[in-house]
Design a protein around this ligand. Structure first.
Ligand SMILES: [Zn+2]
Length: 580
């Protein structure tokens, strides 16, 4: 496989006009859009107030973590935007250089590139950049003066989020010099998270953990050491498989940590495959019950007539086939945690017994009269709307209220897109180790596909696709779209761009496929006939021709204008820049 890495020295960034066309001010709608993302024009001084209050209320380390993760979210969103742009004539380095350009467009300061050396397919990344006039450092210095630590927290999160999202693996940036420390400009260095080493102190700011600082981080440190090959991914709870940096995921982790030290019953809500069992295991391992058993039961997997025996145990002779006395899952989980998945489909008799177990902390085996005391924490999960099940008379209301003490919603994968690169790397490693394959990474097409896919099966589906990809790509050493999406998944590559009036239209990538229809429509119209295909408009024709000309000239607007017989300003007007 060819190394496509390259190094550019001190190239000034921010002169690419193509990004400017993606920011739109729509004052009549009260909206600012960057691509399809809604933006806010906030006051830098207001951000300074927020930052100061955060530092003073939750402490410097917590505030730093929070802002780093917020920045990571923003950067990852912009990384996905760049993926969707697919501007012709740009290679990976050009795309990654749009991160600094967007960062400048968003007003965070001037970014200068020292060097970028990367290869998406092998996962190689080395980047060094300078920040001049950082707005974050400016607001920090106004309040606190020059200090001993770097202060561009949100910005470092942004850089990490942007490049991680583009590369499809966690790339961590560190600020090695900062204006906040008295330097002339800030200097940042980025490389794959695991190459910084296990003890990299800045890694902690990417994990949501601090505000509710319980056992979790100590647990996570010891666990991390036992996971040498997968520990480079963001695992805020320190538990294998619980990875992510997105806001929704971190909110769920935060709730989990709050409830873990109590004895409260926890109800996990969320779509199938979103990782509810992994969360339940985490709940157990960071609770005081961690040395006792964790027992998981999928209520949907047990035949209805056996579910009571399975949960509560059975006395010898209770029914035909009950040849010996057998403890149920409740008894086996004694002192620990019992996880009841798909609780919504439990039958009414079992629901009654479960309610008693939760209320009285006692159970009875099937066919036995003896009452057994239990000390078990119950965690349950469902992808059903339990309130609706109650209304329909399929679920006991009293049991619902017993279970719904502390609900935690585990977000669907499509609502935590910024975690996809983290998962990709995590599962890539896991399955390379498991199957003894050597696959270096993903093609950028594959990364785009992963970010555009709707993930109806959530993390479980992503895990399956990557396992399939690892096996299928073992000869090619790089996973491409066709290695993964072979099981009938509906892959709709969402590549959209913004038309002059602010509407989303298909990007130029679809140009060639729609040209045939367009040509026919032009012929028909010129001959005085109504066009036979749907969706023809003069505007879309014009847009296609302009896009085609830009593609033919590698984005050079003057050359494209000449090709179309327009002046440069006429072309700009048609591209929408003359309007606002
Ligand atoms: Zn700085």
């Amino acid at each position: 496989m060819a190394q496509r890495g390259r190094t550019i020295n001190s190239n000034p960034l921010g002169d690419d006009e193509s990004l400017m066309t993606h920011i739109r001010f729509l004052p009549k709608d009260g909206r600012i859009l960057l691509g399809e993302n809604r933006m806010l024009l906030i006051h830098a001084s207001g951000f300074g107030v927020l930052r100061r209050e955060l530092i003073e209320t939750i402490g410097s380390a917590n505030a730093r973590g929070l802002l780093t993760r917020m920045g990571y979210h923003n950067g990852a969103n912009d990384g996905q935007l760049v993926h969707k742009l697919q501007i012709a004539g740009h290679d990976d380095v050009d795309f990654v250089r749009m991160g600094p350009q967007l960062h400048m467009l968003e007003g965070t300061g001037v970014v200068k590139e020292v060097h970028t050396d990367m290869d998406v397919e092998s996962g190689h990344f080395r980047g060094e950049y300078l920040w001049e006039g950082s707005s974050e450092a400016e607001s920090h210095i106004k309040t606190y003066g020059i200090g001993s630590d770097p202060v561009c927290w949100m910005q470092i999160g942004y850089a990490s989020g942007f490049v991680s999202s583009y590369m499809g693996r966690p790339i961590l940036f560190r600020e090695v010099e900062c204006i906040g420390q008295g330097a002339d400009c800030c200097r940042i260095i980025g490389k794959p998270a695991e190459e910084w080493g296990e003890d990299e102190p800045d890694l902690q700011y990417f994990h949501a953990r601090q505000v509710e600082d319980g056992l979790s981080f100590e647990v996570s440190k010891t666990k991390r050491q036992s996971l040498p090959h997968t520990s480079d991914v963001h695992s805020p709870l320190g538990i294998e498989g619980v990875v992510g940096a997105s806001a929704g995921f971190n909110a769920a982790c935060h709730k989990l940590r709050q409830v873990a030290k109590t004895q409260a019953t926890v109800l996990f809500l969320g779509e199938s495959g979103a990782g509810k069992e992994v969360f339940a295991r985490s709940l157990h391992s960071i609770s005081q019950r961690t040395s006792k058993p964790f027992v998981a039961v999928n209520c949907a997997a047990i035949p209805d007539n056996l579910v009571e025996a399975e949960l509560f145990g059975v006395e010898r002779g209770a029914f035909t086939g009950a040849n010996s006395t057998r403890p149920g899952r409740f008894e086996r989980a004694e002192g620990g945690t019992l996880f009841l998945d798909e609780i919504g489909i439990l039958n009414m008799t079992a629901q009654g017994k479960l309610l008693r177990a939760l209320q009285e902390r006692e159970i009875e085996r099937v066919g036995g009269g003896k009452v057994i005391k239990t000390d078990v924490r119950v965690a349950a999960a469902t992808n059903l709307d339990l309130r609706e099940e109650v209304r329909q008379g399929r679920f006991r209301e009293d049991l619902f209220y017993r279970l719904n003490v502390f609900p935690i919603t585990v977000p669907a994968l499509r609502d935590r897109l910024e975690d996809i690169p983290v998962f990709m790397r995590y599962f890539l490693r896991k399955y390379c180790e498991m199957h003894g394959c050597f696959v270096e990474g993903f093609t950028s097409r594959a990364v785009t596909a992963m970010l555009s896919y709707k993930w109806p099966g959530n993390i479980r589906e992503l895990e399956n696709l990557i396992e399939r990809g690892v096996i299928m790509a073992s000869k090619d050493r790089v996973i491409d779209v066709h290695h993964m999406f072979t099981g009938g998944e509906f892959l709709e590559l969402e590549e959209l761009t913004v038309s002059p009036d602010g509407a989303l239209i298909p990007a130029q990538k679809n140009l060639s496929s729609s040209l045939e229809g367009l040509g026919l429509a032009c012929q028909q119209l010129a001959g005085g006939e109504a066009p036979s295909g749907a969706g023809f408009s003069l505007e879309s024709l014009e847009r296609q021709l302009i896009d085609g000309a830009l593609k033919a000239t590698d984005g050079n607007k003057s050359a494209a204008a000449r090709m179309l017989g327009l002046s440069r300003s006429q072309l700009y007007y048609r591209l929408g820049q003359g309007e606002r």
